[in-house]
Every structure is written in C-alpha cells, then in structure tokens.
Design a protein. Structure first.
Length: 509
C-alpha cells in the first residue's frame, strides 16, 4: 500500500475545519505546499470517511484548531524564482497581511490601494498570463513590489453599488494554489531576459484566500521581452507607474541606463586608478571570462582550474583584512595551438543564443544545456537539435534518452524526439519558394529586401533535398539574413528552415 501523504493530526484538523463549515478551497490553503498537493477530492474523502482511516479519527479540539489557524494565517508555500544574493533587500519585509486593514464594513482592503509598488487583480489564470507577466517585469524594472490576486481593482462596485475598491474578494479558483512553483519560473524565464527574481505565496483574510507574487528590483535593468505573448511584444520594456504597468517612457529608460552606467563607472574607477599608478610596463588585465592576461601587445592564456579560483576570489570570498595570504601565481608559461578554436562560456540562454550558436557554428562547452533549453524552457518553437547532440557526442538513442529524462512537458518531449528524425523539418517547396530553391541550388543567392522575401526564402530552404550539393557557409549566411529581416509571423518559417539545414548537415543516427 502506498504511503499516505496526510497525517492523522492533519486529518483531525481538516475534520475540525469541515465541522466549522470551512470550504474545501480554504482548507487546501493550509495544507498545500510544493511537494504535496491536497486536492479537493481528498478533503471530500475525509468528509465522507472514505479516505484511509479518516473515519476513525476524531476532530481536533476547537482550541487546537484556533491555534493552528493563527500560526498559519500566511501560507508557508512561499517559493522563490532565484536564490537571494548578498545585500539583496525585499521591497516589503513585514508580513504581507499587514498591508491590509479591516474597515467598519468588515471588509479587508489594501491600504493605500494601487501604487507604483502594488498592483491588484481580481483573478489569476494562465490563459491570459500576459496581464501578470508584464506586471512582474514592470515592478522589477522599477523598485520592485507585489502583485495581489483575489483583490478588487479601483472603482469596483458591489450589488448595492457599494464601493469595493481594493477589497480582498479571494481567489475564484485553485489554479494559483495548485500550480507547480516551477511553472511560474518557467513561464517568466521564457518571456523575459534577464529573468526577474520573485517569490509567490498566499494569505488568508477573513476566510478569503489572496495570492501574491512579490518581485525584487533587478540589479541588471532593464528587463526586456524576448518574444511575443498576448499583449506583450518582442522588445517591450515595462515599467511600474502609480496605478499601472505600461511600456516605459524614454525619460525613465534613460534614467535606468544612466544609473547602470554610473554604477559601472563607480566599480571600474578604482581599477583604472590602480592601473595608472602601476603604468603599462607593470600591469596586465585578467579576463576571468575567457581566461586571459593581456596588455594590448601579448596574451597569456590562464589554465581553467586557476580561472575558477580567481573567479572565486573575485566574487568576494577572499578578504585581505582577514589576514589571508596574497595569491601567488607559480608555474610555467606554455604556448597553445592557435588553431584550437574559441570556446563559448555558458551563461543565461535565450532562443537567440540557440540560433546564433548554430548559425555561427560555435564550439559549445556545454551542448547538453542547449538541448535542455529546447526541451524545458522553449515553448512551441522548432529549434535545432542535431548540431548540439553531435557536439555532445550523442547517438540518436542517447539523445532520446536525455530528452525523456529532462523536465520538459510530455508534449514538448514528444515533439523534440520527433525532430530527431532525419527529415522531420522537410516540407516540399511550392510556388515562389520552389523557384527560389531552384535558384539557390544553382548558386543564385537571393536578396532579402523585405520580411516577405525572408519568409519565402526560409520556406524554400525547408524543401532542401537530402543529398543536394550546396555551399554550407553561404546557406548559413542566408539564414542569418533571414533572421535579421523576418518579422514575428515569418520567424516560424525561418526556424523550420534552420532545422532543415541542421538535420541535413548534422543528422545523428
């Protein structure tokens, strides 16, 4: 028999809540957490006595239930999109429920209403996720803040025309509470770069469940939309203004960029002053990303194991004031083969990185992470896989096994596995794309004066026959040009064309 997930003590508390007349969704609030969902069916099973041995368990005493509810008035199910960094401050560190006050009418209202830090939404749902996604980006681009779900907006009226502005009305369904926390992070990461840092949770106000997303101000603003989603357009930058999240105004964007530049200058000024004191004969600059020491005339490659140690020190774990010894570099300088090629360092991946790495034929240090991105983070877009699988040294069976063990959704895994077939992206060209394909195979590379021409050229390349002779570099340059010229509707054709070239040149078996 599988291990029961709800304890006897929890069953006793649930039965006491049911006796008190509390609704199933309110009861769920107290017992749901990321590693265990208590659905409404289990609560109904406890009500009827059909769940495990619940029929033989007595209700918890009223005093025990009151104490439990008081301790858990704010949900412990608070998850973060990223680990907090040293010096990072939350926009509001007091308990969230302190932001609400109870009026003489017995209703709880958000004190002060919507501001440049707080946004209210009556409902939550993924169907129109652009509404709250843009609010996350807007708050992160300003000073941070909180989005509340289950709180009326301004000027909401009741059945008797009473003012319900900013009243806690409660969530209308369980979607917010029951959603896997990783799903929030996945959706935010798929739209914005850099990724906003946030945490989610919920509170209980007079029997009403209010969900919230608390957003931190981002240290590398501005956060930019990387793809279209509902009302969000690729390239959008949102900013939180009093009472609204909208596209940023020029003056505010200029202020963000100026502040970022000032911070960079402040960080680099002591280094420049030190370089000037040393002079060009005594100083070299260490590039901790590429692992090089340079002075403008010569370049020394630093061993990767040493680069890791230097980076560790650079990030603040080394303090001279603590009496730790000064780092000494001991060893010999060896020449390296200039033809070894440049390797790329893995950082935050985007769709553009996937396409750029393939079109530029970059040598990737971590090709499996590129495959993982296509499966787990990317949504419905077709992206190249064969090139990265070949760089990782995977056979087709090994690539399939890697995809199946990933954390992508079942439909996405199925699609990616299908794309590993040798002619998965092939689509016979017709009409103008067919004419363009015939010219391309003869060496007649078309100009791309408009998005329409880019679309037709990409459709032509999806019809490339296996075994046809063509100049790889010319085709890759042509695809890069297609990416530059294509508009949003045309990009699906361009990605398919890229995938066709990928499966012809790098098909895995």
């Amino acid at each position: 028999m599988p291990k029961r997930s709800i304890t006897d003590d929890e069953i006793a508390l649930i039965k006491a809540m049911l006796k008190r007349g509390m609704e199933n969704k309110v009861i769920q609030f107290f017992f749901n957490h990321p590693k265990r969902a208590v659905n409404s069916g289990r609560i109904s099973g406890i009500r009827s006595g059909s769940y495990s041995n619940s029929a033989s368990i007595a209700e918890a005493p009223e005093a025990v239930l009151d104490s439990f509810i008081e301790r858990h008035s704010i949900s412990e199910n608070i998850i973060s999109s990223s680990a907090a960094t040293e010096g990072e401050k939350l926009i509001y560190e007091a308990p969230i429920e302190k932001l609400f006050t109870k009026g003489s009418d017995g209703l709880w209202r958000l004190t002060g209403g919507e501001t440049d830090r707080f946004e209210c939404k009556t409902n939550f749902g993924f169907r129109h996720q652009d509404k709250w996604l843009r609010a996350i980006a807007a708050l992160a681009n300003n000073v941070g803040g909180i989005i509340f779900f289950g709180v009326y907006d301004k000027d909401e009226k009741g059945p008797d025309n009473e003012d319900l502005s900013y009243v806690a009305c409660g969530l209308g369904n369980n979607e917010f509470l029951e959603t896997d926390p990783a799903e929030f992070a996945t959706r935010v990461k798929s739209i914005f770069d850099p990724t906003p840092a946030f945490r989610i949770g919920s509170i209980l106000l007079n029997g009403k469940i209010v969900g919230f997303i608390q957003v931190d101000p981002h240290q590398s603003r501005p956060i930019i939309a990387t793809k279209q989603e509902g009302s969000i357009r690729e390239g959008d930058i949102f900013y939180r203004y009093p009472g609204q999240s909208s596209r940023i105004k020029y003056s505010d964007l200029r202020a963000i960029l100026d502040a970022r530049d000032a911070e960079v200058r402040q960080q680099i000024l002591p280094m420049i002053e030190h370089l000037l004191r040393l002079g060009p004969m005594r100083a070299m600059i260490a590039d901790l990303e590429d692992g090089k020491l340079e002075d403008g005339k010569r370049s020394i490659q630093i061993d990767t194991s040493l680069v890791d140690k230097l980076t560790f020190i650079k990030e603040g774990e080394f303090h001279e004031k603590d009496g730790a010894p000064t780092l000494r570099l001991i060893g010999d300088v060896h020449t390296i083969n200039a033809n070894d090629g440049i390797k790329t360092k893995l950082s935050l991946l985007t769709r553009d990185d996937i396409l750029s790495a393939f079109l530029g034929q970059a040598k990737i240090d971590h090709p499996l992470e590129y495959i993982r991105f296509v499966v787990e983070v990317s949504r419905n877009e077709r992206l190249p896989l064969h090139y990265f699988a070949k760089q990782a040294g995977l056979s087709k069976l090994q690539a399939i096994d890697f995809i199946q063990k990933s954390n992508g959704s079942a439909p996405r895994k199925k699609a990616c596995i299908g794309w590993l077939d040798e002619d998965a992206a092939f689509r016979a060209a017709t009409g103008n794309p067919k004419r363009l394909l015939e010219g391309i195979l003869k060496g007649d590379i078309p100009d791309l004066p408009s998005p329409k021409e880019a679309s037709h050229t990409a459709q032509a390349l999806t019809g490339l026959p296996r075994g046809a002779a063509f100049n790889k570099d010319e085709i890759l340059r042509l695809l890069r040009k297609c990416c530059e010229m294509a508009d949003v509707p045309s990009m699906s054709f361009v990605r398919r064309g890229i995938c066709r070239v990928d499966e012809i040149l790098f098909s895995i078996t």
